[in-house]
Design a binder for this molecule. Structure first.
Ligand SMILES: [Zn+2]
Length: 109
């Protein structure tokens, strides 16, 4: 069991993601983050339309509280999707949060 962190999209019932271990995470204040961007993930796996149009999120590690934070778009905050993220990123302790960075076109409008 080792926790992973990184960005993801959820498109057509598929979780498209990039993960790295906490050891390889980049520290910013009291968080560990994967330096891989949504732009890179988009270029590597998707390449249709524009990435800002699609539901997305990011798993980061909260050092102070010793748990993961799943930042997620409101439109994909659903139990079955959270459960997929939990398995993929090997999470045990986590909390779910919203952030302005992770809002698809529908959620912004
Ligand atoms: Zn949305």
């Amino acid at each position: 069991m080792s926790v992973q962190i990184g960005p993801f999209f959820y498109i057509k019932n598929k979780l498209i993601h990039n993960t790295c271990s906490l050891e390889k995470g980049r520290r910013q204040a009291d968080k560990l983050d994967n330096s891989y961007s949504h732009e890179q993930l988009w270029d590597d796996h998707i390449r249709f339309g524009e990435y800002i149009d699609y539901p997305r999120g990011r798993v980061v590690w909260d050092i102070t509280n010793n748990r993961a934070i799943i930042y997620i778009d409101r439109c994909i905050n659903k139990p079955e999707i959270i459960s997929k993220i939990k398995v993929t990123f090997e999470l045990q302790n986590y909390t779910v949060a919203y952030d302005d960075h992770y809002r698809c076109r529908n959620c912004v409008e």
